[in-house]
Design a binder for this molecule. Structure first.
Ligand SMILES: NC(=O)c1ccc[n+]([C@@H]2O[C@H](COP(=O)([O-])OP(=O)(O)OC[C@H]3O[C@@H](n4cnc5c(N)ncnc54)[C@H](OP(=O)(O)O)[C@@H]3O)[C@@H](O)[C@H]2O)c1
Length: 288
């Protein structure tokens, strides 16, 4: 009797002590690997994505899988409600769900791109809006927003995707200033190209998109460059490390560029004039 009481006490203590984290887009790539790493480190991890069956490994390792579409308010509210009912708090949120859809400004269907903004921008805002009241009441919390190198630079054909990540950067900077007073940290991770499911989604998004005769040659030379870049892209560990650091530091860096391409690209953009940078990028991406 006494033993079971003591055991219960320690189990409850463990629950109180364990940090609770919600990661969107945990069915693949950065989100999945971050979820697995945080489970290993002893966090109570909630992974969220539409393809709940892709999160079985996370569940098998002791995490929780929530079916969530970040574009759907009811779905986001229900998922966060479940987490709070079960844990009573949320220590960290990783806004990672996102995808890339490429197209030229002149010829791209606006509605096609609105779908991407709904995930990359409004999805991030929507999830944050549902989590922030709990973090504010607790008086602490960490929000990590996954941007990209293209949150800092923009290139031909990637303009819409880049603009969605520029929006992530602007929203994150504003949010950091707004909620710091409540003990909430906001930081940004800016990866370069890493091997995840990202490139498959980009290529799938391009199926059936007609860039128009004038732009087709640019696409024809860009696609092999893109495939080759992702065939050689590094695995996501450095990004996972950056996300974990952003969650665990009392005062995390406001932004971390990850990968030599991201660090180099952002540095060059700051160093060179626009036209020189344009020329280098167009050359590197085989768009000249
Ligand atoms: N890999 C790169 O080279 C790279 C570079 C810079 C930035 N990023 C950014 O990193 C983040 C993660 O991407 P990744 O590279 O890990 O690609 P990924 O392997 O394709 O993972 C994307 C994740 O986002 C989720 N997602 C997409 N739409 C969603 C929605 N409506 N609701 C909920 N979840 C949704 C997907 O889950 P479901 O499909 O199951 O919903 C999936 O788990 C993205 O924001 C991406 O823009 C990637």
């Amino acid at each position: 009797m006494l033993l079971s009481g003591t055991l219960k006490y320690y189990l409850n203590q463990e629950k109180v002590m364990k940090k609770v984290v919600l990661i969107t887009g945990a069915s693949s790539g950065f989100g999945k690997f971050t979820a697995l790493e945080l489970i290993k480190k002893g966090y109570e991890v909630y992974g969220a994505a539409r393809r709940v069956e892709q999160m079985q490994e996370l569940v098998d390792k002791g995490g929780h899988a929530i079916q969530m579409d970040v574009t759907n308010d009811t779905s986001v509210k229900a998922g966060i409600g479940q987490l709070i009912d079960e844990q009573g708090k949320i220590d960290a949120l990783v806004n990672n769900a996102g995808f890339g859809s490429y197209g030229f400004i002149e010829t791209t269907d606006i509605d096609h791109m609105k779908r991407m903004y709904d995930v990359n921008v409004w999805g991030l805002v929507r999830v944050s809006q549902h989590v922030l009241p709990y973090m504010r009441k607790q008086g602490h919390g960490s929000i990590v927003n996954i941007s990209s190198i293209v949150g800092k630079v923009s290139t031909a054909f990637l303009g819409f995707y880049a603009s969605s990540k520029h929006a992530v950067e602007a929203i994150s900077d504003a949010l950091r200033q707004e909620v710091g007073r409540f003990g909430i940290n906001v930081s940004i991770v800016e990866p370069g190209a890493f091997s995840t499911g990202f490139d498959d989604v980009v290529l799938k998004e391009l199926e059936g998109v007609n860039p128009g005769e004038a732009y087709q040659p640019i696409v024809d030379s860009f696609i092999p460059f893109f495939k080759n870049m992702y065939a050689k892209a590094p695995t996501p560990e450095p990004v996972v490390k950056a996300i974990v650091k952003a969650i665990e530091r009392r005062k995390p860096k406001t932004r971390q560029a990850v990968g030599s391409d991201a660090k180099g690209g952002i540095f060059m953009k700051g160093l060179l004039g626009d036209r020189t940078f344009d020329n280098i990028m167009l050359g590197q991406m085989k768009m000249k």
